[in-house]
Ligand binder design. Structure first.
Ligand code: PEP
Ligand code: MG
Length: 570
């Protein structure tokens, strides 16, 4: 058996290839005193300019490959380069102590890194990695060496490194770097996030993997399990190779469907869209052939910060998504706060039953400025693509009318100011409360579309808190009661010529797809990674058969029987 190492599972996938060990050791930095100050400062300035140029081109690459969210890292690096605490401090030390630039850089970087590493806040600790990355780049420029030898990779490898800086990760060629494994790093470090976006399997935080691997040694990686096997025996090699080949084959088969229509054998066409939380998620939706964004959970823009995002910030985010989707529809759900989603600065009251309390549209209708700011940002961004507005947690017709009145008021303001927006922007609601499902035919008259939020609809229908482990056996998305409600929603909307989507997790469940299709669902929105699997399933179905199946399962009396039926159904 090979030697096994377990680390943090950072990015899924299986790979097996010879090791390429990335050397991080720049030449040793020597201390020279009494150097002439002028020329030394000049050397530093030249190196700073060169490093900045490199970062600008990395930012460009990241923007094209992964989107503005990731490119942002390199903007942060440029800011470090230009920060008086960094470049200024290095200059100060050269002038004050007449030391060489490399030594001054090393000293300043060490101090700053130690300062950030001590901080309580995880986000600030991550900044230490950024300072290290920037310092190494600058040092390489001063020493006239090329910082990394990633360019030397010419054949398939597993990359082994102490740590991978974001600037290394963005340069990886996914066709050659089959996986990467590192000594340090966490699941939320930039390089782990990028690995997931690039689809490269990765295990990080392995401790001492670089010390235990020689260049060229065979390495097997299971990204989902966080497992690395060095020198796998023939049996392990065969197992990893066949799993990697199986994954590659399945990936290729699914990717071939990227631009194919989501259409049944007998011609029923539906739309398959992706759920996103930030603009960065758009890349994965497009890479997986998403035909739109069926749910942009805008609350993510409000999280992990001290105060609400400004209109400009929100406008930039919605516009970026609209533009990158290139005319494909994007449903922006207005702020869905409350329940399990806490945003401390909004000061929402502690409640005995938060899921039945002051949340989502209930908060927005109450907090005029918060809601108006968001509506203004969405409407302004609607000029740059095809945006739709969706209100969460609607229980009554009155709420829809009030929310629409707000939209109309904001539109009037924008019109008066001559600000362009899409006059015909579609407005829809989430159906996630049984009251709305039962009255769907009445609500349908008020809106352009529905999207069924099964995550909440199941919890309210079954009176089963979606977070409560003890009663999780009652959380049954395929219970006939839930399916009957879904049917009421779809029928109620269709009666008024409106379309119905679904953005709860059920939409991406392969076993549920034939039933939902048979019930007449028009759009399915899910996490990007499920889109192609669902498309493959739909392209193998017939609408008439799916309708028969749907009618049958509605007559069963338990989720267990529904599951049995759908799993044995061809
Ligand atoms: C849902 O309730 O199904 C839904 C999509 O919304 P969230 O999971 O964000 O509550
Ligand atoms: Mg919900």
């Amino acid at each position: 058996m090979g030697t096994r190492f377990t680390g943090i599972a950072a990015s899924d996938g299986v790979a097996i290839a010879p090791a390429f060990v990335l050397s991080t050791s720049a030449q040793a930095v020597e201390e020279r005193r009494g150097v002439p100050i002028g020329p030394e400062i000049e050397r530093l300035e030249v190196a700073l300019r060169a490093a900045k140029g490199e970062l600008e081109s990395l930012r460009e690459t990241a923007d094209v490959k992964l989107g503005a969210e990731h490119a942002q890292i390199f903007t942060a690096h440029i800011q470090i380069l230009e920060d008086p605490e960094f470049a200024g401090a290095i200059r100060g030390m050269i002038e004050g102590e007449e030391v060489n630039a490399e030594f001054a850089l090393n000293q300043v970087a060490k101090q700053l890194i130690a300062l950030f590493e001590q901080m309580d806040n995880e986000y600030m600790r991550q900044r230490a990695a950024d300072i290290k990355d920037v310092s190494q780049r600058l040092l390489a420029k001063l020493q006239g060496s090329s910082q990394s030898s990633l360019a030397d990779i010419q054949e398939p490898v597993v990359l082994v490194a102490n740590d991978l800086a974001p600037s290394d990760t963005i340069q990886l060629d996914a066709s050659l770097v089959r996986a990467f494994v590192t000594d340090i790093g966490g699941r939320t470090s930039h390089s782990a996030i990028m690995a997931r976006s690039l689809g490269i399997p990765a295990v990080v935080g392995l401790g001492e993997i670089t010390a235990n691997v020689q260049a060229g040694q065979l390495i097997a990686v299971d990204g989902a399990a966080g497992l690395v096997v060095v020198d796998p025996d023939p049996e392990e090699q065969a197992s990893f190779s066949s799993r990697a080949a199986g994954e590659a084959e399945a990936k290729a088969r699914l990717l071939a469907l990227k631009d194919e229509p989501s259409q049944t054998l007998d011609g029923r066409r539906v739309e398959l869209a992706g759920n996103i939380g930030t603009p960065a998620d758009v890349a994965a939706v497009l890479a997986n052939g998403g035909e739109g964004v069926g749910l942009f959970r805008s609350e993510f823009l409000y999280m992990n910060r001290q105060d609400a995002p400004s209109e400009e910030e929100q406008f930039a985010a919605y516009r970026e998504v609209a533009e990158r989707m290139g005319g494909k529809p994007v449903i922006v759900r207005t702020l869905d706060v409350g329940g399990d989603k806490e945003i401390p600065y909004l000061d929402l009251p502690k409640e005995a039953n938060p899921f039945l309390g002051y949340r989502a549209i209930r908060v927005c209708l109450d907090r005029t400025e918060l809601f108006n700011t968001q509506l203004r940002a969405i409407l302004r961004a609607s000029h740059y693509g095809k945006l739709r507005i969706m209100f969460p947690m609607i229980s009554t017709v009155t709420e829809i009318r009030q929310a629409k009145a707000r939209v109309e008021a904001v539109k009037a303001e924008l019109r008066a100011a001559g600000t362009p927006f899409d006059e015909n922007i579609e407005i829809g609601i989430m159906i996630e409360i049984p009251a709305a499902a039962v009255a769907a035919d009445l609500l349908a008259k008020e809106v352009d579309f529905f999207s069924i939020g099964t995550n909440d609809l199941v919890q309210y229908t079954m009176a089963c808190d979606r977070m409560n482990e003890r009663i999780s056996h009652l959380y049954q998305p395929l219970h006939p009661s839930v399916l009957r409600l879904i049917k009421m929603v779809i029928d109620g909307a269709h009666r008024h010529g409106k379309w119905v989507g679904m953005c709860g997790e059920l939409a991406g469940e392969l076993s549920a797809v034939p039933v939902l299709l048979g019930l007449g669902l028009d759009e399915f929105s899910m996490s990007a990674g499920s889109i192609l699997k669902v498309r493959e399933r739909i392209r193998g179905l017939r609408m008439d058969e799916a309708q028969t199946l749907a009618a049958e399962v509605l007559q069963l009396d338990s989720q267990e029987d529904v599951l049995k039926k759908v799993q044995t159904w061809a």
